[in-house]
Design a protein around this ligand. Structure first.
Ligand SMILES: [Zn+2]
Ligand SMILES: [Zn+2]
Length: 911
């Protein structure tokens, strides 16, 4: 059950057939020397017929069907008690004493395989993809590893069954049977001795059950070992390739023994659940904080019943129901003890998973594996809300790390980053909850069946998780296909469009760019396809790859417009003509273009590490693009970048440029590179080759990369971030320039800045002047009024104020652009107050429009209403106007019709 490292084409039919075949020849497949020496007997279970090996002659049931299963709860079969951390120390020391190397765990984020988000079994650590094949690379033989594994499939069981976790430690015992390693006999002997000698379990308690393993095109026999019905481990002997009809012995046989550390701790402690002994002080602390009155006897009975019940049914509701009935727990007691305990277990488990995942650089988001992390964090918060608990999640994360750091010291280094991310996520969820509740209420009133598509849409557009909908009782169950569908939506990477060419029989191209890298070279044309594609025996043209754009240049005088790699064959696309097959041609690459692309590529590495240093350990390269005159780097980060963050990143990057650090390129065996530099080298994704090219800028940045690089950081000259943008949840884009493009950018922006400053100064000057004039005009109002009253026609003309009088009607207007709205309102008002026969018309420009203000004196307004005049003027100006009989305003955009408009007003008043 534990080993699911090799998934794919799993067929139950095959499995039972293989098991039948192997079990029909137990001497060949299952009988190990230990069974012979100790006198194990082979039996067939009376109930399920499975074959098992035991020292207890009286036993007629397999461990899972045996009466005493789970009887270790409250009565452990070991002399010693080991909690989680101590249990690993015991296991580790046993295997090390017996010639194994203890290897540190690999990251839980599976950076070395692109078909898995998370490490799901210890064997995955050593699997590497080569083309369509999975190969094994072991850093030592034999070895043992405490591998943290993440599995989200049985999430509903976590906290409830007593033994399901969203992350657990798989004790991986791996061996290749060669001069250093061993095969079945030694493996089972060691596992038996581990249980009996180290853990002090009685020999008669250990039972081995015959089983088989099938997956990934290989299969073999396996022995699961149990103590009191609890499967502690499963030793898989991967031995054959093919299927049952046609198979052969593998070149590289492998022992894949996986055991659950949580279960090792549980069996020695005999606590009601494994959760009680695997989270250090956390479970107890939470029980006290929340204040549950635990009754140990009752819990023992209840969780034993749950464990036994799960053998009969997988329906959790049913299992819970019958367990409460058996142990006579009424509803009140259930709600007071069991339900909150389940909540505590869930919180402790989910937080531990988050600690590992975030520490290894994963971010909660709504894409890919990040979805699972966001989901479990929201489950934690939802559980707290449901019970009204106010727990400090950061403090709990601290407690996890403190407890685990003696085994996993790396957790201590990322402690603050883990807490930062948990804090941000919690805050975000809080902010979105009100909105989510609103949507949930609408859905409730609509009362319609939600399809998986609906759920995906709700999640993608509104961030509403199905867990939330379940909690709000809008859906009763989360459809099993939901998570799968959601991941597949986000999994498909953009596939580079490449023409499919027939390249049969063409040898691999010799890549000169990894060697002397000449800008000019002679080569032989091996093949011409479709009158535009040319394949040479060797080339210096760098093909498009890893986000780096291809080289341009000339082959035999014709333009090279694109270069792509098809397997190990490099294909040049030419324009304007093509050489002949067999011809020797001279080739020249556009070095200027290549140099600038190269500067951008090295800058990507510098910026990537600068971002991680400034922002946090969760920063990984998501993708990158490097052209001659610009580049971009997408990094994993939780929020949009602030101006300060961008400035800091740029500053650090340019400090590294100034330091003039030499860039060292070395080839390593993949396993060696991983051991030496860790998995941070896989910034650009997995590397499907045995030898990896490591590009290092001292220890500031070390990456596996196939691109072209400058010799020393100073060669990139300058790095300038031109724009940043949050392009999706958890991913931020940095657009930047380096080298010549950066110099030009700075120059252009300096000019622009200069221009802007100048324009600003000019405008400020004219604004000031206009303001000054207006002020002067306002101050002149009393004097001007006197000039109208007297009237002083010469002075009025100087001030561009015109007075007309026909019979007893008076029309006064001005279009002097020194006068503003304030002037016209006040001047006009005073004027008509003094002489009620006056109609005053002020015209001025403002905001690109002509505006007018009309005052009509009491007498004048009986003849012509101010509103009518404003309306008429505005019509001519192409706009709208209106008001009351005494005061109105209006205007329009047609500046050229200003005079016509004034004449209209004048004629309305005087004629
Ligand atoms: Zn059985
Ligand atoms: Zn690179």
């Amino acid at each position: 059950m534990l080993n699911i490292g090799q998934t794919e084409n799993f067929s139950k039919m095959d499995k039972s057939q293989i098991l039948a075949k192997f079990s029909s020849d137990p001497e060949r497949y299952y009988k190990v020397s230990l069974f012979e020496e100790k006198g194990f007997v082979r039996k067939s279970c009376t109930k399920c017929k499975r074959f098992f090996w035991t020292l207890d002659q009286t036993q007629s049931f397999c461990p899972e069907d045996s009466e005493n299963n789970y009887s270790f709860i409250g009565n452990p079969p070991t002399k010693k008690r080991f909690d989680y951390v101590q249990a690993w120390k015991e296991v580790e020391s046993f295997f090390v004493q017996n010639g194994h190397k203890s290897v540190s765990r690999y990251p839980v984020v599976c950076r070395w395989r692109d078909d898995l988000y998370f490490t799901i079994a210890s064997i995955v650590d050593f699997q590497r993809v080569m083309g369509s094949k999975v190969v094994f690379e072991f850093p030592a033989n034999p070895l043992v590893v405490p591998q943290t594994c993440l599995r989200f499939k049985d999430i509903e069981n976590v906290g409830v069954t007593g033994r399901h976790f969203s992350s657990f430690c798989m004790i991986g015992q791996h061996s290749i049977p060669n001069s250093q390693g061993y095969w079945k006999d030694k493996c089972i002997e060691l596992d038996f001795r581990l249980l009996t000698e180290k853990f002090g379990i009685d020999k008669k308690e250990v039972v081995f059950v015959e089983d088989v393993w099938v997956g990934g095109g290989s299969f073999g026999s396996s022995l699961e070992y149990f103590v009191r019905g609890l499967e502690l481990g499963n030793a898989v002997f991967t031995e054959f390739g093919g299927d049952l009809n046609s198979y052969s012995v593998l070149d590289q046989k492998i022992i894949d023994m996986g055991a659950g550390l949580e279960r090792f701790a549980w069996i020695t402690m005999g606590t009601p659940t494994a959760y009680d002994c695997c989270f250090g002080p956390i479970t107890k602390n939470l029980i006290e904080t929340v204040g549950i009155d635990v009754e140990p006897k009752l819990l023992q009975e209840y969780f034993t019943a749950i464990s036994k019940g799960l053998r009969e049914s997988t329906d959790l509701t049913q299992v819970r129901k019958s367990a409460t009935k058996q142990t006579k727990i009424d509803e009140a007691k259930y709600n007071k003890i069991i339900a909150p305990l389940e909540g505590i277990y869930l919180i402790a488990d989910h937080l531990r998973t988050l600690v590992f995942a975030i520490s290894d650089g994963a971010l909660p988001s709504n894409v890919g594996g990040g979805y699972n992390l966001r989901m479990i964090l929201r489950r934690v918060i939802a559980t707290m809300d449901r019970f009204g608990w106010n727990l400090d999640l950061k403090e709990l994360a601290d407690m996890h790390i403190d407890y685990l750091k003696s085994t996993y010291h790396e957790l201590d280094e990322t402690r603050n980053d883990v807490k930062t991310i948990i804090g941000i996520e919690r805050e975000r969820y809080g902010e979105s909850k009100t909105r989510m509740k609103g949507i949930a209420n609408t859905l409730k009133t609509q009362n319609k069946m939600l399809t998986v598509d609906d759920l995906i849409r709700l999640y993608e557009s509104d961030g509403i998780t199905p867990d939330f909908l379940k909690q709000e009782q809008i859906i009763s169950e989360i459809p099993s296909t939901f998570y799968e569908r959601l991941s597949s939506l986000h999994q498909s990477e953009k596939v580079e469009k490449k023409e499919i060419l027939n390249l049969d029989g063409i040898p691999d191209t010799i890549a000169l760019y990894y060697g002397e890298d000449p800008a000019e070279f002679e080569a032989k044309v091996l093949k011409v396809i479709n009158k535009k594609f040319v394949i040479l025996d060797k080339t210096s043209f760098y093909p498009r790859g890893g986000g780096q754009e291809p080289d341009y240049g000339k082959i035999a005088g014709f333009d090279v417009v694109d270069v792509n790699k098809h397997g190990n064959i490099i294909v040049h696309e030419l324009k304007g003509g093509i050489p002949k097959e067999g011809q020797a041609v001279s080739c020249v690459i556009d070095s200027k273009r290549r140099d600038e692309i190269t500067k951008h590529h090295t800058s990507t590495h510098i910026l990537n590490s600068s971002s991680r240093n400034v922002l946090g350990s969760w920063v990984w390269q998501h993708s990158a693009f490097k052209e001659e005159d610009h580049a971009r780097l997408d990094i994993t980060h939780h929020s949009a970048l602030t101006k300060e963050e961008v400035a800091k990143i740029e500053e650090l990057a340019n400090a590294k440029v100034k330091e003039n650090i030499p860039i060292i390129i070395q080839n390593f065996d993949r396993g060696t590179a991983e051991q030496k530099y860790g998995f941070r080298i896989y910034q650009g994704g997995i590397v499907p080759v045995k030898s990896v090219r490591i590009v290092s800028i001292k220890d500031f940045d070390v990456e596996a990369c196939g691109g072209t690089h400058v010799k020393s950081t100073k060669d990139v000259e300058l790095i300038k971030i031109t724009r940043t943008k949050r392009i999706q949840d958890g991913v931020v884009r940095l657009e930047f320039v380096a080298g010549k493009a950066a110099r030009e950018y700075i120059k252009k922006h300096a000019e622009e800045l200069q221009k802007q400053l100048h324009e600003k100064a000019v405008k400020e000057q004219s604004d000031k002047l206009r303001e000054q004039r207006k002020q002067e005009s306002r101050e002149k109002i009393p004097a001007l009024l006197r000039q109208v009253y007297e009237p002083d026609l010469i002075a009025l003309k100087d001030n561009k104020i015109y007075v007309f009088e026909v019979k007893s009607r008076k029309f006064v207007y001005t279009a002097n652009d020194h006068y503003d709205e304030y002037f016209h309102i006040n001047f006009g008002e005073e004027l008509v107050k003094h002489d009620p026969r006056i109609v005053y018309c002020g015209v001025f420009e403002e905001g690109g429009k002509v505006r007018t203000i009309i005052h009509a004196g009491e007498e004048a307004s009986k003849q012509n209403k101010a509103g009518d005049i404003a309306k008429a003027i505005s019509q001519i100006l192409g706009g709208y106007g209106g008001g009351n009989p005494r005061f109105a305003q209006g205007g329009g955009p047609n500046k050229s019709k200003k005079d016509e408009a004034i004449n209209k007003a004048k004629s309305m008043v005087l004629e």
